[in-house]
Ligand binder design. Structure first.
Ligand SMILES: [Zn+2]
Ligand SMILES: [Zn+2]
Length: 265
């Protein structure tokens, strides 16, 4: 069994979200093969009104999701398998995250990940609509509001806005500083998301780069006493530990302390 660079991965998906492959038992087999001791399954949460259905399971699949994590635990007792969900924060559903997901259904943790954010009365998508300073501010405010609920164990890809905000400027700097300051205050790890390294690159006036992780975001974050977590955001079992060295290199470049985002129970 190889010795992994990190003992755990806390961000992985299943086929139930409609854009990933594999079930929890397939990820567990891969985790054991790669020598991980902790596997966090954190598929995209269903939302009570089933909005944004293209990239997440419907509410009706939630019992199957829970059963499939339990089955994986039974099949792979040598592995600690955590049951989680990656969440859009929608204030009107605060009780759903708190009372249903963390409460009644017993999720081990929730991941804060905003792929949509409210701006002037409508929800905009983080892919393609964080492209003005005003929208970037709305994304930032919403992300911080979500973080401050303290429902979440860590904040995934806080620099996701790099996908369409082309050039690092004073607004991007202010956004990174505000998120990092909130993370430091809340003692909440920010995720350097390794999936970004294997997604398509984008062309910008400052050259070709990853959409995220966006190095100047992390350079700014490093001015605050933040911690980071590194996860593959695997959308198929074979990617469970992919690009972890790239993400670790980024953390080391800016002296960002890498932590385990979930305390064992
Ligand atoms: Zn996904
Ligand atoms: Zn994810």
């Amino acid at each position: 069994m190889p010795t992994p660079l990190l003992a755990g991965n806390y961000h992985s998906h299943t086929q139930l979200c409609r854009h990933a492959e594999g079930m929890p038992t397939d990820y567990a087999a891969e985790a054991v093969r790669r020598g991980l001791s902790i596997l966090g399954i954190s598929d995209h949460t269903p939302i009570p009104d089933d909005r944004w259905p293209g990239v997440r399971m419907p509410m009706a699949s939630l019992p199957l999701y829970i059963d499939s994590v339990r089955e994986a635990r039974e099949a792979w007792p040598q592995l600690t398998i955590l049951m989680a969900l990656e969440c859009e924060y929608i204030p009107e559903y605060h009780h759903f995250y708190e009372e249903e997901l963390l409460g009644r259904l017993g999720m081990d943790y929730l991941v804060c990940a905003q792929h949509w954010f409210p701006c002037q009365g409508e929800w905009l998508g983080c892919f393609g609509q964080t492209n003005t300073p005003e929208r970037l501010t709305a994304y930032t405010n919403h992300t911080i509001r979500a973080m401050q609920t303290e429902l979440f164990a860590f904040t995934a890809h806080p620099d996701i806005f790099g996908n369409d905000y082309p050039v690092w400027d004073a607004h991007a700097e202010a956004c990174a500083a505000a998120i990092a300051e909130a993370a430091a205050e809340l003692n909440m790890p920010l995720e350097i998301n390794a999936l970004g390294f294997r997604r398509e690159k984008i062309e910008t006036p400052s050259g070709i780069r990853c959409m995220y992780p966006w190095p100047p975001f992390w350079e700014t974050a490093a001015r605050f006493p933040v911690t980071v977590t590194i996860n593959s955001d695997a959308h198929r079992p074979a990617d469970l530990t992919k690009n972890i060295p790239d993400a670790l290199a980024l953390a080391h470049r800016f002296n960002l302390p890498v932590v385990t985002p979930v305390k064992p129970k």
